[in-house]
Design a protein around this ligand. Sequence first.
Ligand code: ADP
Ligand code: MG
Length: 342
Amino acid sequence: RTVLRELTGLIIINPNISPSEALPDTDPSVFHKRYLKMMRHLGEGHFGKVTLYLYDPANDGTGERVAVKALKQDNSQVLEGWKKEIEILKSLYHSNIVKYKGCCTELGGQAVQLIMEYLPLGSLRDYLPKRKLGVAQCLLFAQQICQGMVYLQSKRYVHRDLAARNVLVENDSLVKIGDFGLTKHIPEGEIYYRVREDGESPVYWYAIECLKENKFSFSSDIWSFGVTLYEILTRCETRLSPPNVCFDKMKEIKEEKNVMVLIKLLDTQWRLPRPKGCPHEVTSPLSTIDILLASGVARLFCNEFFPLNQQVGMLMEQCWAAEPAKRPSFGSLIEMFEAIRQ
Ligand code: ADP
Ligand code: MG
């Protein structure tokens, strides 16, 4: 009763506060099953399934559209990882990372369902093949991915699954990183995370040290970013996808399709080819370009020395340096994209 009296007093002092505002009875991150109306299937990967729902508490069709991610099967092995994925997304807040909205615990199964903002254009894999995207727009997307990654690394996370299928498109000039299912935290003072996992790994996006020693680091995310950039520049054309191009190469050298052969190929310095419009012939030695790109000179002269496509090709290959320390950082990539896009 004292509380009520105080509350009444509060309303008299400030008539703009209504009792429902003074005492919020709903947690906006709690989504109730009864208000979720299924609209359509959005996509799925190895572990999760994502569905579009209308969250409509007023039940008049005015609700908001949300993307709901659920585990495909909720066995105890993947349950721990799933809880971590939700916790990680909940802790991230950046314009180039998909936004966490909340959870729904009543949707059936034992596991919680993750509610995120809905990105209407789907993943880059859905979006790119359908559009005739110019190089400038591709590079803007690439830069935004780097921006999200700088933020992720500032929180000491390695994403471990950077790929076009895990980058979501809000509109023609905004992309966001999604899918933190394989993301791991790197403790302060350490440089890599060692994982033991069977099968199902996105090996064609993995850096060589991930394949050989299961070592994941900020630098291995750079390698995967290089592969993602390759996908963007090939506009996610299936025939040119990283696995398909690797398979073609394995067939050409009459080898089987497996990780050992992939390691062998990468050890002999074989890399994904430069996408069309990114010619392989580089007239100057890489070191000169490294210096140019790394210095502020890039912004002034680089575009005159090298055609845009060559610059991007070189940049991609730098991400695939065998030695992790030789790869660029996301911060320096942003600078390079800015210079190139000018
Ligand atoms: P998995 O962990 O199983 O790979 P993802 O989180 O990558 O699951 O989601 C699978 C697919 O669902 C994505 O590739 C994308 O096509 C679609 N998707 C995921 N999240 C969203 C979203 N927020 N808005 C729209 N589509 C999405
Ligand atoms: Mg995925």
